[in-house]
Write a protein that binds this ligand. Structure first.
Ligand code: ATP
Ligand code: MG
Length: 389
């Protein structure tokens, strides 16, 4: 029996004239994500996308897993393809749904008839198929209000489709429809979640990570790559820039007042991130900051880092509690990696009493003995790029 995956798009219905672009993007994102599984034919009609595998050994389970991570999808299901005749639908449906129906007690049938020339009307399809299923599976009963499973028959232009319950999709908007940003990624819990949240709103991602060898290790960089690969399951390929940050941190340690170490370090990160972003055509930065979580995440500290930025800084976690962040971290399978105990450059040379409420001009004064432009240029020229997917 021929099987396909049916995908219902999500918020796209809100997008009016842009709808077509959004759908095209969604289709190309699905295509890219399934490419390595074999040849698939993807078509769209009336807010449904049809994914038809053309290879016999197509891995359906893996394909469904990948589809479940594509943003812009409200729901998806496997479905059996039938000829557009009552006979074919009524003979295939009970066989195709056998396994599913064995494990439930109640059901109802719904029918959607896009092709009005089909000989049976929707209520007739429901009645007829309902009767057939009750005969064949006597343990079942019909519950129209709260059934364990809804059996859906869709009669479309070229074929009819029979399916069971639909799975919930990842929601959000297709990645790429909102442009591109660069996420500042550490090895912690927060920044991968922030990246995931912004990808969900349709942004494709670049990433930038600051490494301070020998104070930070190769293992810490590998951890960042692993975390990005978890995000990439949803966002698609991420271009990662690893910036050598040791010289900057040592100079801050040697030349700046200790209570400003963290603030100056963060301002340097932001300046470099903005410069790299511009050269990569990113429209903004994303960080995992959450208000008040640590000394550098007070509003005055954020104001001081924002003041050196030349583009918007998105902070999707700003109003979230750690518990809420961890819930998402677990859901995207990042948490167990995030809690591995590798050092981050933020924990190198941390001041005993970090300044949390810098006043206007104080940071500028504290960093005046640094040759900021030269430091930034040297760091940028040492960047190593890689692609994570
Ligand atoms: P996370 O859990 O994401 O590490 P955090 O709560 O530890 O965040 P900080 O260490 O203050 O907070 O970092 C705040 C944000 O700054 C991070 O979410 C991330 O966006 C960015 N950041 C921190 N360290 C790095 C780094 N080494 N490279 C790139 N960005 C970083
Ligand atoms: Mg951190």
């Amino acid at each position: 029996m021929k099987e396909i995956i049916l995908v219902k798009d999500g918020e796209l219905s809100l997008k009016g004239l842009n709808r077509c672009n959004f759908e095209d993007k969604l289709v190309s994102n699905i295509k890219r994500r399934l490419k390595s599984l074999g040849t698939v034919k993807i078509t769209k009609a009336q807010s449904t996308i049809y994914i038809e595998p053309l290879d016999d050994d197509f891995d359906f389970e893996e394909a469904l897993e990948r589809v479940s991570c594509v943003f812009g999808i409200a729901g998806y299901s496997r479905a059996c393809v039938c000829e557009k005749t009552p006979d074919d639908i009524f003979s295939k449906a009970p066989v195709y749904l056998e396994e599913t129906l064995k494990n439930v007690k109640t059901f109802k049938v719904e029918a959607k008839r896009a092709d009005k020339t089909f000989p049976l009307k929707s209520p007739e399809i429901c009645m007829e198929l309902g009767g057939i299923l009750l005969d064949k599976y006597p343990h079942l009963s019909v519950d129209v209000h709260n059934p364990d499973i809804v059996v859906t028959v869709e009669v479309r232009d070229f074929a009819a489709y029979v399916r069971g319950n639909q799975e919930k999709g990842a929601g959000g908007l297709p990645v790429g429809t909102s442009g591109k940003t660069q996420v500042l990624i550490s090895g912690g819990i927060d920044s991968p979640v922030a990246a995931w949240m912004m990808a969900k709103r349709g942004l494709s991602l670049n990433a930038i990570h600051f490494a301070s060898p020998p104070y930070t290790s190769v293992a810490a960089e590998e951890k960042v790559k692993t975390l990005l690969s978890k995000v990439a399951r949803y966002s698609g390929t991420i271009k990662l820039a690893i910036v050598p940050f040791t010289e900057i941190q040592e100079q801050i340690r040697d030349k700046c007042p200790e209570d400003f170490f963290t603030l100056i370090m963060r301002r340097m990160m932001m300046r470099i991130a903005c410069a790299v972003s511009e050269s990569e055509n990113c429209l903004g930065l994303v960080t995992g900051e959450s208000l008040g979580q640590v000394a550098s995440q007070t509003l005055p500290a954020i104001a001081s880092t924002d003041s050196v930025c030349t583009m918007p800084v998105l902070r999707p976690l700003i109003g979230m509690d750690k518990e809420e962040i961890i819930k998402i971290s677990r859901a995207i399978d990042a948490f167990e990696t995030s809690i591995l105990p590798y050092e981050d450059c933020c924990t190198v040379f941390t001041p005993k009493h970090p300044h949390t409420r810098p006043k206007a001009g104080q940071c500028e004064k504290a960093e005046e003995s640094l040759d900021i432009d030269a430091l930034i240029n040297r760091a940028i020229s040492g960047i190593e790029y890689s692609y994570i997917d």
